[in-house]
Design a binder for this molecule. Structure first.
Ligand code: PLP
Length: 813
């Protein structure tokens, strides 16, 4: 029988199948086909990677070390194909074998080494750095278990293990030759000689840090970035000599310490608990990164005085802050620098990005715990603090309250944000509003002394992953109308403005949206057995579950609509699908109860004959990068409901906008800048702004109870929480939520102003909904304007701003 001629890709895959798995096309599993083809793709990347890194070294280019405890990478496969320009060839190769490329790509496990926006930002930044040919290395932790997988069982969240490395990871490469030792515990002895004071660290436990490098491929770029994740290994736990010296127990302790460090990612988003294991994780990866940074600089340039010309470090939130005292330690204890020489270098290298002003998220460590775990680092932090407070005392003489507010060590706590602010050369917020909040509130006293330290650089998203990969339909349509230059050059999104009134274009734009809805519906049918209607409007709130993000506001709105429908069946003409996707931190009881509420509302609304053909409530399990890639392109309304002042930026809002969802949101974070870009007619804004919220807080003038009495809609919606009409739960299930809205905890009722904003939300939703029903041409015009104006939110723009004002890297030419 004659075989059709095999393409180069197929031949290549066949070769890898044989060598790596001893299989042929006929008996290979999908997973083996995925791996074999991924190895082919990896080969192409490595050639580039090696050549580019050699160039960077030869030319002595400066590198940014982007340090982050989280990198929410998702899958690499399709992204690599798109960025290498190979997607069509592999698509053809697989279809010649009767297979679908997407199906192969979904064999990969998501690298879910992050909680939400902060980790995803780090991933987007690496991709943009690579695309812009800027030398970069991302440094983090190789957690063996990523963020838990979420199942919904009887309406409740159930957490399951994410053992993402179970079947190996094709993209990573172990670098045993670059191992370093990280030391914990013990004590410090100080002694003086003619050269000054010396510190000697004794009786510590050692953990070996082993780096695993992964290339992050940019679009049409010369240089993949490197993601370096550190894994912990114990130091020869069965070393017979140690045993014989009677140190069996210490050896076993070291083994246990090593094995626990990289086990699991903490599943809290915007919440710090001061856990000792978390401190170990942070010191582990920051120490390893600083040691390897110093070592590679010395190998190349010999002299550490030139360090600031060749490296710059960006600290993603406070998690990597220990890199600062760790570099001080290396410079003084190992390299013999004086305090002031070392401090001078360190203060030129580090920069800090703040991500939140929520007090429960600001990282503080118990002083005693910190000292016991990291005695040498503790003494350096003390010294930094002492000298800093002396400086502060010159600006605020005798103002002890202010100085202890700003201090790094105070009241038995070590405050990481204050350490960053004390030492970093730049401190930035992640949206314009957030930058203002840092200057005027959180770090106001520091800002008055060092105004030039403070910057606001609005976050961004890589439009390769969030458009070119996630939404091939829209990408093809844009390419048809404006060419494909926008993939490399975000300023070209604007060219779409020429077509936003073009009927043929809008019809195709609507068609793409429809196809994306069908794609999502098929996924939900296949995975959760849920049927949704692709002809309904898709209203989506997808993000971590947190009270400040106000999924509860959306719940009350749905209950309001359900109540209203009973009185007037005509208020809903086009059916609405309300889609939620959110993981709650396993220890965050109220957040988990809100998930239970969403599902109870679903049971009520989806089964009542009066409502079930008009509205449907759906909870998508296990929100993560890959599900976001399916969900966001299918969305019509993007729900961005945070209480004004509390969402530092948001990046989900940007992904939705780019994919033609219209934002229904508050004047918060980057929503404000979306408003500025699209104009008031192309976004639906509701609720109190930050000034109004601040006023109510300052005057303690907000009384949710009065609102409840006066506004029937509000009252009837809230009463559903406790009147026993929600199916499948006891009457008490949601009384905590009810109480929190009307009476509150120790800190006042309805801390997040849910009831305050509900009437205005109801009103704006109705406006958006009416437009969708009455004038679909106008709706898609607004949607297309959102896409056309989304170029500003490309992380290419963000990275260019960081580079211009902070990093000053040179492109590899
Ligand atoms: C973008 C993204 C986020 C952040 O969403 P916000 O709405 O900005 O909180 C969280 N999780 C995933 C998987 C994302 O892709």
């Amino acid at each position: 029988m004659r075989q059709p001629k095999q393409s180069a890709e197929v031949k290549n895959i066949v070769g890898k199948l044989k060598r790596h798995f001893g299989k042929t096309l006929e008996n290979a599993t999908k997973e083996e086909l995925y791996k074999a083809s991924a190895i082919c793709i990896r080969d192409e990347i490595i050639d580039k990677w090696v050549a580019a890194n050699a160039q960077v070294e030869k030319r002595g280019l400066k590198r940014v070390y982007y340090m982050s405890a989280e990198f929410l990478m998702g899958r690499a496969y399709t992204n690599n194909l798109v960025n290498l320009g190979l997607k069509e060839r592999y698509q053809k190769a697989f279809s010649s074998l009767g297979l679908d490329l997407d199906d192969i790509a979904w064999q990969e496990r998501d690298a879910g080494l992050g909680n939400g926006g902060l980790g995803r930002l780090a991933a987007c930044f690496l991709e943009s750095l690579a695309t812009l040919d800027l030398p970069a290395i991302g440094c983090g932790i190789r957690y063996e278990h990523g963020l838990f997988r979420q199942k919904i069982v009887d309406g409740e969240q159930v957490e399951m293990d994410d053992n993402w490395l179970e079947d190996g990871c094709v993209w990573e490469m172990e670098r045993p030759d670059e191992e370093v030792e990280v030391r914990f515990g013990g004590h410090v002895e100080e002694f003086w000689d003619e050269a000054g004071m010396h510190a000697v660290h004794k009786d510590y436990s050692t953990v070996i840090a082993v780096p695993y490098d992964m290339p992050v491929v940019g679009y049409e770029s010369k240089m993949p970035a490197t993601l370096r994740l550190w894994s912990a290994r114990s130091k020869d736990p069965f070393d017979i000599k140690t045993f014989n010296q009677g140190q069996y127990l210490q050896a076993m302790q070291e083994k246990e310490l090593a094995e626990s460090i990289c086990k699991v990612l903490y599943p809290d988003d915007n919440h710090e608990q001061g856990k000792i294991l978390r401190l170990k994780q942070f010191y582990f990866f920051t120490s390893a990164t600083m040691q390897s940074m110093v070592r590679s600089h010395k190998e190349r340039y010999g002299d550490l005085h030139t360090l600031p010309s060749h490296v710059v470090v960006q600290i993603n939130d406070t998690h990597p802050t220990l890199a600062i005292p760790e570099l001080m330690r290396i410079l003084m204890d190992q390299e013999g620098y004086t305090w002031s020489e070392a401090y001078n270098l360190v203060s030129r290298i580090f920069n800090y990005t703040n991500h939140t002003i929520l007090s429960e998220a600001l990282e503080c460590w118990d002083e005693n715990m910190f000292r016991a775990l990291l005695p040498r680092i503790y003494s350096i932090v003390q010294e930094i603090n002492q000298r800093y407070c002396e400086r502060l005392n010159r600006y605020y003489p005798g103002d002890m309250d202010r100085i202890s507010d700003m201090a790094v060590v105070a009241y038995g706590q070590i405050r990481m944000a204050n350490l960053c602010v004390a030492v970093a050369s730049h401190v930035n917020g992640v949206s314009q509003l957030h930058g203002e909040i840092l200057k005027n509130r959180l770090f106001a006293d520091s800002y008055k002394i060092y105004p030039r330290k403070y910057l606001a650089i609005t976050n961004g998203i890589t439009h390769r992953r969030w458009l070119a990969v996630a939404n091939p339909g829209l990408t093809a349509l844009m390419t048809e109308y404006i060419g494909d230059g926008f993939i490399k050059d975000y300023t070209q999104f604007e060219k779409l403005m020429d077509f936003v009134e073009d009927e043929a274009f809008l019809a195709k734009y609507a068609q793409v949206k429809k196809e994306n809805k069908v794609r999502l519906a098929q996924y939900l049918q296949r995975t959760q057995g849920i049927t949704i209607n692709p002809d309904s409007i898709f209203d989506v709130q997808a993000k971590r579950l947190h009270e400040y993000k106000r999924q509860l506001l959306k719940c009350l709105h749905i209950l309001y609509l359900y109540n209203a429908l009973a009185e007037n069946p005509n208020i809903i003409t086009t059916p609405i699908t309300f889609i939620f996707a959110a993981k709650a931190a396993p220890g965050y009881a109220r957040a988990k109860n809100i998930i239970r509420l969403i599902n109870a509302i679903g049971d009520l609304v989806n089964n009542d004959p009066r409502s079930k053909d008009k509205m449907q409530v759906v909870f998508i399990e296990n929100y993560g990068v890959s599900i976001a890639e399916l969900l966001i392109p299918a969305t019509d309304i993007s729900e961005q409901l945070s209480t004004a002042g509390l969402e530092a930026s948001g990046t989900g809002n940007m992904k939705f906008m780019m994919n033609g969802a219209i934002t229904l949101g508050t004047m918060d974070g980057a929503n404000i800048e979306i408003f500025d870009e699209v104009g008031k007619d192309n976004i639906y804004i509701f609720g109190a702004n930050i000034q109004q919220i601040s006023q109510m807080q300052a005057h303690k003038s907000y009384r949710p109870g009065e609102l409840f009495e006066k506004n029937l809609h509000v009252r009837d919606a809230i009463n559903r929480l406790i009147d026993g009409t929600l199916p499948g739960v006891s009457a008490h299930q949601f009384s905590d939520l009810y109480q929190s809205l009307l009476f509150g905890d120790f800190d006042g009722a309805d801390k997040y102003f849910v009831l305050y904003d509900l009437p205005s939300y109801i009103h704006r939703f109705a406006k958006a909904y009416a437009l969708y029903c009455d004038n679909s041409q106008d709706w898609y015009k607004k949607a297309a304007i959102n896409t056309a104006k989304s170029g500003f939110f490309s992380s290419d723009r963000t990275i260019s701003e960081y580079n211009r004002s902070v990093w000053k890297l040179e492109k590899l030419k």
